[in-house]
Ligand binder design. Sequence first.
Ligand code: ACM
Length: 684
Amino acid sequence: MKIQSILCLCGLLVMGCGPSVQKEVTLIPQPQVCELHSGAYSFSEGEAFVTNLPESERGDLAAILEASPFRLVASAKENAPFRFELVPALPNIQSPEGYTLTVGSEGVHAQATTATGLFYAFQSLLQMAEKEEAGFVLPCVSVSDYPRFGYRGMHMDVSRHFRSKEFVMKQLDAMARYKLNRLHWHLTDGAGWRLEIKRYPELTEQTAYRPYPNWKAWWKGDRHYCRKDDPGADGGYYTQDDVREVLEYARKLHITVIPEIEMPGHSEEVLAVFPQLSCSGKPYQNGELCIGNEETFTFLENVLTEVIALFPSEYIHVGGDEAAKSSWEKCPKCQARIRKEGLKDEKELQSYLIHRMEKFLNDHGRKLIGWDEILEGGLAPSATVMSWRGEQGGITAAKAGHGVIMTPGEFCYLDAYQDAPATQPEAIGGYLTLEKVYSYNPVPAQLTDDEKPFIQGVQANVWAEYIPTEEHLEYMTYPRLLALAEVAWTQPERKDWPRFREAALKEVSWLQAQGYHPFDLSKEVGERPESLHPVEHLGLNCPVKYAQPWSSAYPASGDSTLTDGVRGGWTYGDRRWQGFLCKDVDVTIDLGKVTDVRLVEADFLQLRGPEVWLPKEVVISLSEDGREFTEMKRIATDVPVTEERLTFRNYRWEGQAKARYVHFQGLLNREVMGWLFTDEIIIK
Ligand code: ACM
């Protein structure tokens, strides 16, 4: 194809547009440059396309174009109305995933330096097109577009609940539409091993099924596994052929699948099959692999050898999160390893394993990626860190010159409630709205300009403990994944929440029409009403004396929290609730002078999973002099600790009294210990 003739035609296209049909183009993710011109290009199904992609790549693009709603048909004609042109360079675009797109009244011209760029140009066209009775209409536009980050990911936990390969491929389709390019496939965890390993068929034979379809019932039950043919067996796994099918599907959508093989923690299923790899040597006792045992390394390397042969991904994820160190502390083999290798402690023991795995992967031409715990005890030389416990791990890794994928729980964990919890199916907790995901900027301000490029991307994580069905997984994923896609692709200055929300509403309808099950954004209830406006009361800004300190993990705004007028939202983790660990809330507020008091109240919340409890009792006492207190009310909690749902309770005294000092006690239920959280002590 002659570049010159295309450029001429391109000019004609832009200038030759007829009357406009659309006022603005809404795309997700929003392109970096998108100029809307007057006019439109109307066409019917079955128009011709031409491309100069080499033979090896032409077939894949052709298959996508032909199977798309446009049903484009391959042509050799230079003036075909759809032109997908590979070019050596594009002005102002360095990313190999970038593209330009021109729609004029005569047709479409896409340019890119790679097949991926042309694929993304087509994804933009698909989103822009309006369906009409006689065919489709595209607005006349000029687009110049490229991603902010090279890594734009979605994670899927298939251990807690298995998902069929067809379902995984359906999600790949949606990812491609929103220009996401990494699927992080969490294939192994305590709740089931999901990948056929030819050398160890026992893994899937013995742990890919459970007599409990629901993770929660399994977790609260005996946590045993069963075989496929046992009564009530539920679960599944991917054969290596299944994986190859998914990988081929992903490849055509320009998505890389990164497998995760968890180690050394979250390995209960491995240790049920091979108890000799645990410190105790017994099944169903440990969750961590024994690092003192050389056989552990043989096992992991044999598994990784098959994983490497199967997955072409440059990166292999080795987990590394949440390994308890207690079994290693008591294990003679682990302690002998610590002594032999001159390691300082169990953190360095974990690093020893990760370093060895990194060397193994590097020797086989691959790179290691792991959760941010791999920083503890010394980071492996070329490891990439996935920062999930906030951003600090990512910041530390970037400052040390390591690649980072940002996926902090506060912004990226799609297993949290997306709307008012009482209106939602049970979730793990938290509260993460579409708007909050959208607000995320993965490049922390603490990084210098030289350090910023180490932030290679961002990922949404879909942990599945509380997501039993495939339909439910889509409900939790969409539309929040769309916000993540725009965070990952669009430069911050191009982001615009009202525009994005409008586009997301439209996309929710599109997803529904395609058979997905997104959360219905149009019905969003929103944040806890009490938290929306500051509360005025007599105690506002009055000093608070704490008989027991708040926890530094949940300080909210420190000593001023309980009288600052700010009330908490739907999650205790929103920095507005103050946390007390294994302690009573016991505070005295000084109103400054003796005052008429008619009401004292405070809210607490209960969430069983993370052991956040309502107080067993609340005691409200008043005093004029700060020495003699009169108990005004003692309120027992009427919510049992067995309550599964997130529950808010108000504790209140109302009456008439004169007081300068308000003594408020929320007494811990000592049978369960755990956390107490409160947000404001309101005095009227
Ligand atoms: C994690 O959420 N445990 C990585």
